[in-house]
Design a protein around this ligand. Structure first.
Ligand code: NI
Length: 257
């Protein structure tokens, strides 16, 4: 069995004290690939260091919607340089819209979301999308930019219909710990109706810890519980779900070659 955690934040300060131990445990837990997602260009060194030190860890870089107020044209220029120069930065993200927290004004979030989408398309890189309570604006923007666009809806929380629209546009849908929560009937129903060949698994660690470890710090080894939950929802073996989601992830992030 090989697990692929397609969305982790190992650079988060909550791993400062024991990161080496956490990474050692990943090898023992059959974690075969991790994408470490860097949400602000100023923090990229931590992600780059991880990708250089560990073969199986790759990186993504994007300005999170929470950070939209910090973005300038220079930020995008710097990101472009970093993405071009570093082979192990394999995606642009997480980018998107977050109307739950509204940490940056919505028009500012939209402007830089669009500019980063266009950058990803020009670099031929997949996008990692963070969309919270903003699906209507998001879909409008994605439809206007769908040519050359590919990527994943990370930590999906929308409706079945929106997920289908995303899949029709060529996107993957990623589920994390939330799908395992006992009060997540609506989300698990969505996950059960989508084709496995378009799904990815992720942790979003250190947040969103899946059952039965909810409340503890999350780490990429717990992506197993997301696979197990999807296996139950689809009436399949967990090994099969791991294989399919691994293949999907390798294909999306062009790691299969
Ligand atoms: Ni994240």
């Amino acid at each position: 069995m090989k697990l692929f955690d397609t969305h982790a934040h190992l650079s988060d300060k909550r791993f400062d004290d024991d990161l080496d131990d956490v990474i050692k445990k990943l090898k023992e837990s059959q974690v075969f690939r991790v994408v470490d997602v860097c949400c602000h260009v100023k923090d990229v060194k931590r992600t780059l260091d991880l990708t250089k030190k560990h073969d199986f860890i790759y990186g993504a870089l994007g300005m999170h919607p929470h950070e939209a107020s910090d973005v300038t044209e220079k930020t995008l220029y710097d990101m472009e340089g970093l993405l071009k120069k570093n082979d192990k930065l394999i995606a642009l993200g997480e980018i998107g819209l977050d109307y739950h927290y509204d940490f940056s004004p919505r028009d500012v979030q939209k402007k830089w979301f669009i500019e980063q989408l266009e950058l990803a398309i020009s670099l031929n890189l997949p996008v990692i999308l963070h969309i919270r309570e903003a699906f209507s604006d998001c879909m409008e923007i994605l439809r206007a930019h769908k040519k050359g666009l590919f990527g994943v809806m990370h930590c999906y929380s929308g409706s079945y219909e929106t997920a289908r629209d995303c899949i029709d546009m060529g996107l993957y849908i990623a589920f994390g710990g939330a799908v395992t929560f006992k009060n997540a009937r609506r989300l698990s129903d969505v996950a059960s109706r989508l084709p496995l060949k378009r799904l990815l698994i992720e942790t979003d660690c250190p947040y969103m810890t899946p059952e039965p470890h909810r409340g503890k710090r999350n780490d990429p080894s717990y992506v197993y519980y997301v696979a197990k939950c999807l296996a139950e929802l689809h009436n399949r073996d967990v090994e099969e779900v791991c294989d399919i989601t691994l293949k999907n992830g390798l294909e999306l992030f062009s790691m299969g070659k």
